[in-house]
Design a protein. Sequence first.
Length: 324
Amino acid sequence: MPNLLLLGLVMTMVAGCVSPSFFPKTSPLEETVLSGKGNAKVLLIDLSGILTSSKPGGIVARLFNRPSLPTRFKEELTKAAEDETVKAVVLRINTPGGTVTASDILYHELQAFKKTRNVPVIASIMDLGTSGGYYVAMGADHVIAHPSSVTGSLGVIMLTLNAAGLLETIGIQATAVTSGPHKDMGSPFRTMTEQDRAIFQSVIQSFFDRFLRVIERGRPNLTPDAIRRLADGRIYSAAQAKENGLIDRIGYVDDAIAFAKREAGIDEAQVVMYQRRGGYTPNVYAQWAGQSSATGWSFPNLDPVALTTLLGGGTPAFMYLWLP
């Protein structure tokens, strides 16, 4: 019924009968207690979907003004930093990764939080914690993966489109007037040259080296040679990741929360999440991704963030992303 009501409202708005201002704007984050008791708190932060610094577009954003992922992540960490009763953070990761910049921003914000608050941060990988998701996990003190998690895919991929052949087939030719031979490199309207490819490869190598350095800081148990051997782009099961030293242990979200409490030196604590008004968080598996920040209604088949990120006008995108 709520979905049918939303559909009706959307259709009415599209028809011009309802102004977007009819819908509530994004409200500040509010704390919700999921379980537990006591004065101490373990904060559960959800990091799901493709990691991008772009603000969500499409109907969802138009109706509810959803903030970008880095905006929300920083908001959550700032709120936690100001609350002395937050004694530990569990970062629940379920993402194939995303853009190089978004992944690095999230990692940077996590590092900044740890400098502000000396509390344990535990990464809990769910279905996926690959590429950029693993990059962010390196900002945590310990990494725990669900028994059926997939992680790894350590590396960089560049996404671009090439429509030159299609245009030639239909008799259309695109012409670019440039100040230099590489100004339009990566254009979807011409074939990439070997020189273009070499330039792109040098940029990718720079981002890859940065990824390796992040892993070296996050996994001091591994040598640089071992990390480079593991970072050939392949994925790993939780058991394989544990065997290769990429994660610390295998367990469920409840295990990550219990471990966080032990690391914080507390016996009991409230497990809390931050959410927008009207959201529904019954337990530790409650998801933020894919829900309206204003109503909590789910949009399982609509992911404007992913579409915007991957199909952004054909412009080359450098990604820490597992994209099979």
